[in-house]
Design a protein around this ligand. Sequence first.
Ligand SMILES: Nc1ncnc2c1ncn2[C@@H]1O[C@H](COP(=O)(O)OP(=O)(O)O)[C@@H](O)[C@H]1O
Ligand SMILES: [Mg+2]
Length: 461
Amino acid sequence: MSAESHRTDRIAVIDDESESLASICRALKKVGYDVSSFEDGVAAVQNLEALQDVDLVVTDLKMPRVDGIQVLRKVRAVNREAGFLIVTGHGTVETAVEALKSGADDYILKPLDLFELRERVRQILEKRRPENELRFLRRQIAAGGMSSIVGKSAAIQRLQEQITIVAPTRSTVLLLGESGTGKDLAAQTIHASSPRSGASFLPLNCAALSPTLLESELFGHEKGAFTGAVERRLGKLELADRGTLFLDEIGEMPLEMQVKLLRFLETREIMRVGGSSPLTLDIRLIAATNRELALAVQQQKFRTDLYYRLKVVTLVMPPLRDRTEDIPLLVWHFLTQFSAEHGRPSLSISEEALRALVRYPWPGNVRELKNLIENLVVFSKQPLLQLADLPLEMRQPAANGFPSSTRLGLFEELNMNSIERQAILQALERTGGNRAKAAQLLGIGLRTLQTKLKEYGMTER
Ligand SMILES: Nc1ncnc2c1ncn2[C@@H]1O[C@H](COP(=O)(O)OP(=O)(O)O)[C@@H](O)[C@H]1O
Ligand SMILES: [Mg+2]
């Protein structure tokens, strides 16, 4: 999973020694963090509001009146998710341990090694990223400033830009993408960010109706136009006047309807079925399909002229499996949304479970992911979703994911020690040599792992 964040991490630094404060701030700013500073513990607790949104606090331990531990308690009361790195002078290791017991993530000794400092900061941010992202999303939602299309991948960013450009115009837009990739959502977003947002957005699914019904749905009919037409009925086109009409699954539109739609797009006029005078309409049309329209054109199932008319502005919705970096964001987004909707405390997800979701190919795209998360929120008993909570097909490593080399070759030794050794090596490899994480992955204690490393003469790393 990509650890890269879609926003700048915010760090607050608190130290009563001004030189030390300045050098820590400089070291962190240099690598791109958004840094704010406080001259001592008192200044920090007087500005708790400013600390509500930080991802990490670096604080000196020994400060007059309000020390690092007190700062930690105060900040955590308003910001449960923030990481804490305690900075302490030589000789106060006991107090540093005390700080860890009070919930700090780590401590670092003075005089400071700035590389070391940055490394610890990076690690804590990484560890706390899921919680921090959740807090961030919660605030965005509370502030109503949430862009409805979640994602940070290049593809989604481009889509958002394209939407910003086309939304204010009356251009017809064609949305292409597999089912569940967000075509409906994109259409609604275009309408909502257009000058037409005050008027209606009307969706019509072309695959759901018979050709005759589709025609009267679209164009409306006069009383008595055909048997059963007992009343005059306004069509979707007329109802969408000044607004946006969204024709979903346009690839399924019967050929004779395609002719009529094309005529409307050229003249901007309609005639109700059985009617005699044309009506001029001001409509923005958005069409969507999960079919290869170009292929349908080749097979003469879709009119070339209509196709060219529609495809002037084409937005392609990429499948979720091609933008895996969006998966964690979507997971956090839906966790927050459904926790709130179902009145449940905000759920988190374990690193391991999240990784499995990133690996899964999502044939049903975002729709499938959204449904899964809602289901998990409703049925979860624990506040942290674990790998075991996921459906079986998502728990299995994908063929293109991690090497499934835990399966030993036919000619390999089926000797317990050698298998164990292999497992340890792989665990260390996957965790970049981090023994604590490797032990966790193996399901054994750190002590046990260390003993085994010694036993196998693997203590070099
Ligand atoms: N990028 C996204 N961010 C947030 N929600 C999304 C995103 N893409 C899709 N969804 C949600 O997933 C569901 C399926 O999307 P939808 O627009 O109906 O897909 P499609 O029309 O392509 O089948 C909807 O509930 C939609 O709101
Ligand atoms: Mg749809």
